[in-house]
Design a binder for this molecule. Sequence first.
Ligand code: PMP
Length: 293
Amino acid sequence: FDQLDGQIWMNGEFIPWKDAKIHVLTHGLHYASAVFEGERAYGGRVFKLTEHNQRLHDSAEFMGFKVPYSVAELDAATIELLKRQGFSDAYVRPIAWRGSEMMGVSAQANRINVAIAIWQWGSYFDPAEKLKGIKLDLAEYRRPDPMTAPSKAKAAGLYMICTISKHAAEAKGFADAMMLDYRGRVAEATGANVFFVKDGVLHTPDPDCFLDGITRRTVIELAKRRGIEVVERAIMPEELSGFSECFLTGSAAEVTPVSEIGGKWTFTPGKISETLMNDYMKEVYPAAAVAAE
Ligand code: PMP
């Protein structure tokens, strides 16, 4: 992935993609002092760009550092980079990390670096295919207690258990893994939030120890617009057999129906999943049409 053409924005400059390198003693690499975002551009416009860049700032604050570019500067850099890359449907990855000036757990003087990369990612969307649903494993690792990790930050370190869990799930033929939280409650997938349907009502876990996703909040809003009741509460795994539908939400996942969790609980993607899947795609695209004018 480091040999693509095009440009990457790094510390205020647009540089060739292949030259966007860091030193092997980078603090962010050794101690995971890095925060990042995952965004999508639809029709040449990044959906909820400012919210993502604000969250990058907030994540950095949880980690005890400040992103040295304002949200407005990051927005402008992203818009310019998207134009330079020439993509209309793309994935956007900003990241901020502590540099390599000092080595050790403490790295107060290390420069905070920031980069933005954008790569092409078509918003391929075949509703019939998506509605078959994906199968999830049940992860062994749990989302940590907020007293154990900055669980509200989109911090690189928190993805360590996500990669382990996703790899373990993939090795068993599952698409992804469902993670419980430190109390044993249903939490989220390795890169997406989760919703369930019961008797026409949406149920989703309280995001008190994991990301309250931007897509999650968007889908709650879309559901309410449709008059669908949304209940945010603690959900125990024992309850899963009582739900008819299940889907994941995330900037990358969009709305992805789930057909099975842990080989134990099954769901049939239905009306509500389909409605919200379509409403979400409508929500991300009209903004793009406006931007293109
Ligand atoms: N949880 C995790 C662990 C994630 O990586 C993501 C993707 N950023 C989400 C939830 C969903 O967040 P969003 O809708 O803001 O992309």
